[in-house]
Structures are given as structure tokens and as C-alpha cells.
Design a binder for this molecule. Structure first.
Ligand code: NAD
Length: 253
């Protein structure tokens, strides 16, 4: 396959985590210089190290996506270091909840909404400003099928935040496509990352719980999700605008 991101600068948030790291490595393998952003400095450094080891180009940025100043500094730093920005994969997220609405911890609710939804809003705010003024680009946001597409008792904060990402994506896409900024989101089903485990669960127990909910019969390999992210970020999807791309093995088919 031809390298689709040669000479492009790609910003990935949550890039110290499993999906973000997988996507960051894939972007680098296809020629991109990757700005690896995460609140966890050591995991961001490890992603940079892995990209370096594979002969790619990357630098790490510590960001808290809930802070406007921090997100603005992230975009400014990526541009200052690498000269430009072409693609953003806004992917940082957390799980939270497990209790019915009536018993929901308010701090957990606020934290989940702040990271998963306000974090994407802030990233879009600064990325669209830069991209619209500098020739355009593409943005992919991470939502979840457990958002606008599915429901699970106990997951009100997470689902609400992720449904918000899907609709924020569609609105922002309409606002910026005229300026050459193409915005889409992904809504994955369960992925083989620590986030898909309940506390204390082993792989066999996780698979026994989740596989029956997926017609394909298994959780996703992170690369299967990253492949869709790269497609949405590349010119191959040039006519796809404001689309929330469900990748869930048929769970919501
Ligand atoms: N794993 C799944 O089953 C699944 C399914 C659907 C959607 N998702 C979504 O995919 C994305 C990636 O999840 P993952 O499974 O790779 O999880 P992960 O925990 O491995 O990665 C998430 C990353 O986000 C970072 N992060 C958390 N809070 C942050 C903040 N305030 N500022 C900056 N970075 C922050 C974490 O440090 C971590 O590196 C998340 O948005 C998640 O909600 C995951």
C-alpha cells in the first residue's frame, strides 16, 4: 500500500493508550510525523520510542484535554515543532460509571463528560482554527458504539459523552467543510485494550462476556480500528463528511 501520510503532520491524543498508540504507529509507518499527546507522559514517551525504533518521526506532548490552555498549547507545540498540522485524531477517553443514574457519583459524571466530550470540543476548537486558516486537513474523533448506537445499564455518563462526540462531530463537520476541514468520527465496539475489561476480569472472562454481544464473535484487534481511522484521515475517504463510522463486528447491525 502506498504511504498515505508522507510529509503530513498528524496529532494523536490518548496516544500513550492502546488505540492511540496503534494509530500513531500506523500513521508513522505511512510516512507521517506524529505529535504523540497524552496526559500520561511516560506512556507518550514509550509511543515516541516505538515510532523512533521503527524509523519513524515523532515527538511527545503532555496534554490534559480537559484544559483549554493545555489543548491550545498542544496544537501550538505540534505546529511549532513540526512546521504544520494536517491531521488530528482526537482519541483520549476514559471509562466511568457502573451505577444507575440515581446513584451516580457526580464527580465521576463530570469527569467523564469533561474528558470524553469537552476534551473533543476543545481539541476541535483549536484544530479547526489552525486548519481552516492553513489550507484544511482532516480530523477523526473517537466516539463509541456505546453512545449514539447502543445502550448498557450503568453506563449513562460514558454513553452520553460518546453520543455527544458523534453529534458534535456532525455539527462541526458542517461548519468547517467549506474551509477544507473534513471531520468524521469512529464508533468502535469492544476493543482488545484494558478498557474492555471489568475490574479483576481475565481475558477468558472478558471474552465470554463480550464475544456473544458481537455477531463476528470476538472483540476487535486495535489495528482493525486504527485501519478505519487512517482511512477516514486520508484522501481515500475524500467524500466522507460528518460521518460517524461504526466499527463493531455487527453488534449494532
Ligand atoms: N477499548 C474499548 O473497548 C473502546 C471501545 C469504544 C471506544 N473506545 C474509546 O477509544 C479511545 C481509546 O481507548 P483505549 O481503549 O485505547 O484506552 P486507553 O486507556 O488505553 O487509552 C486512553 C488514553 O487516553 C489518555 N487520557 C485519559 N485522560 C486524558 C486527559 N485528560 N488528557 C489527555 N489524555 C488522556 C490516557 O492516558 C490513555 O493513554 C477512548 O476514547 C475510548 O473511550 C474504546
Amino acid at each position: 500500500m502506498a504511504a498515505r501520510f508522507t510529509d503530513k503532520v498528524v496529532l494523536v491524543t490518548g496516544a500513550g493508550g492502546v488505540l492511540g498508540r496503534t494509530a500513531a504507529l500506523s500513521f508513522a509507518n505511512e510516512g507521517a510525523t506524529v505529535a504523540v499527546a497524552d496526559v500520561n507522559e511516560s506512556s507518550a514517551k514509550e509511543t515516541v520510542r516505538l515510532i523512533d525504533a521503527g524509523g519513524g518521526k515523532a515527538s511527545g506532548i503532555v496534554v490534559d484535554v480537559t484544559s483549554s490552555e493545555s489543548v491550545q498549547a498542544m496544537v501550538d507545540t505540534a505546529v511549532a515543532r513540526h512546521g504544520r498540522l494536517d491531521v488530528a485524531f482526537n482519541n483520549a477517553g476514559i471509562l466511568g460509571g457502573g451505577t444507575p443514574v440515581g446513584e451516580h457519583d457526580e464527580d465521576v459524571w463530570n469527569r467523564v463528560l469533561a474528558v470524553n466530550l469537552t476534551g473533543i470540543f476543545l481539541a476541535l476548537k483549536y484544530e479547526t482554527a489552525y486548519l481552516a486558516a492553513n489550507g484544511g486537513g482532516t480530523i477523526v474523533n473517537t466516539a463509541s458504539n456505546l453512545g449514539a448506537h447502543w445502550r448498557l445499564a450503568g453506563m449513562s455518563a460514558y454513553s452520553t459523552s460518546k453520543a455527544g462526540v458523534s453529534f458534535l462531530t456532525r455539527t462541526a463537520a458542517l461548519e468547517y467543510i467549506g474551509q477544507g476541514v473534513r471531520i468524521n468520527s469512529i464508533s468502535p465496539g469492544p476493543i482488545d485494550t484494558p478498557m474492555s475489561y471489568l475490574p479483576g476480569e481475565n481475558r477468558e472472562q472478558r471474552d465470554a462476556r463480550l464475544a456473544p454481544t458481537v455477531p463476528l464473535g470476538r472483540v476487535a484487534d486495535p489495528q482493525e480500528i486504527a485501519n478505519a481511522v487512517l482511512w477516514l484521515a486520508s484522501d481515500e475517504s475524500s467524500y466522507v463528511v460528518g460521518h460517524d463510522h461504526v466499527i463493531d463486528g455487527g453488534a449494532t447491525a
